[in-house]
Design a protein around this ligand. Structure first.
Ligand code: NAP
Ligand code: GDP
Length: 318
């Protein structure tokens, strides 16, 4: 059969992009041609470079993952960069998709862009209900605008541009740079170095009390494919583990300790920021479509992520 869908994945070399690539390769479909982009293919903040990529590949579908992404501490020190870079990339991708007649675009928001002061659990209708947490307002407003643009392209031109809202993601191919990483790759990197030197104290930033829902990148990849192929709404959909799977940063640190066989002491540096206390999101909308989807158990996914880093730390983004 001929390939009649050409699917362009921006940010194809990142944590989520690599997971989608792995899932796609495991269950190849003859009518789909996939292209995974890195920043080396062009700077998506630049309109002309982005247009050239579209003229080269002629995508019919786009999964838009590329973004300036970082953990709490990177966001706190670079709000302006997160705002501008992400606004430029998102606007280029959506507008060029419109100009070139792309059939469907799935972009990526995040549960950390929801209002700071809100009722729980958070759902898809609450994205614009109040200011985001001050630690990441740049990233949040840039991401919220994707939803606004999706609605505007639909209203004015009938485009099928939609978005997904993942909770915190982790897995192989993450960013392990201690200055910019999210908490899971940050703690994996830290403990990896401690285990190498035989250190006995594992210091975790903040109080350890904040709560997070973490989704394994390979589970998220499967859900992304379902959204691309089946989900037909402009409105966003939360892609998260169940509310009961929420864990504290302390429980997370213990789980990573277990995966490494760490016998020492876990300490909390309470001089460091905690960020948002929680952002508990409801996956009820997802569950209505996919009631039986099974998420990888957290301890299994953490162990696989630690094992990946042990085997690949030399080539990982450190
Ligand atoms: P990531 O690992 O940091 O990867 C980012 C990707 O974007 C890389 O492929 C990178 O290319 C590309 N990129 C960055 N700037 C670019 C530019 N100017 N031009 C072209 N490409 C550029 O990010 P991720 O964690 O996979 O995140 C993917 C998406 O999920 C993002 O939209 C993010 O906001 C969202 N998300 C992430 C999380 C999370 O916990 N990680 C949670 C919720 C939502 P290079 O590899 O070439 O640099
Ligand atoms: P967030 O969910 O958007 O806040 O992003 P993070 O992945 O950066 O998670 C931040 C939470 O983990 C905060 O409560 C931090 O205090 C805590 N944390 C503990 N150690 C680290 C670390 O090494 N890096 C990061 N990014 N956060 C850490």
């Amino acid at each position: 059969m001929s390939e009649n869908k050409v699917i362009l994945v921006t940010g194809g070399t990142g944590l989520v992009g690599k997971a989608i690539q792995q899932v796609v390769e495991a269950e190849k479909r003859p009518d789909e041609k996939w292209i995974f982009l890195s920043s080396k293919d062009g700077d998506l903040c630049d309109y002309n470079e982005t247009k050239q990529i579209f003229e080269k590949h002629h995508p019919t579908h786009v999964i838009h993952l590329a973004a300036m992404v970082g953990g709490l501490f990177h966001n706190m020190s670079h709000n302006l960069d997160f705002l501008r870079k992400n606004m430029h990339m998102n606007d280029n991708i959506l507008h060029i998709s419109f100009e070139t007649g792309v059939v469907k675009v799935v972009s990526c928001l995040s549960t950390c862009i929801f209002p700071d002061k809100t009722d729980y659990p958070i759902n898809e209708t609450m994205v614009h209900n109040g200011p985001p947490h001050p630690s990441n307002f740049g990233y949040s407003y840039a991401k919220r605008l994707i939803d606004i643009q999706n609605k505007a392209y639909h209203q004015q031109h009938g485009c099928m541009f939609t978005s997904v809202i993942p909770c915190n993601v982790f897995g192989p191919h993450d960013n392990y740079n201690l200055e910019s990483s999210h908490v899971i790759p940050g703690l994996i990197r830290k403990l990896h170095d401690i285990m190498k030197t035989g250190g006995e104290t594992f210091t975790v930033m903040g109080t350890g009390k904040p709560l997070r829902q973490f989704i394994y990148s390979l589970d998220l990849a499967k859900l992304f494919l379902w959204v691309l192929r089946e989900y037909q709404e402009t409105e966003p959909i939360i892609l998260s583990v169940d509310e009961k799977s929420e864990v504290s940063i302390k429980e997370l640190a213990e789980e990573i300790g277990k995966a490494y066989g760490f016998q020492g002491k876990i300490e909390f540096d309470t001089t460091k920021a905690d960020g948002q206390y929680k952002k508990t999101a409801s996956n009820a909308k997802l569950r209505k479509f996919l009631p039986d989807f099974e998420f990888t158990p957290f301890s299994v996914a953490i162990k696989e992520s630690v094992d990946w880093y042990k085997a690949n730390h030399e080539i990982a983004r450190n």
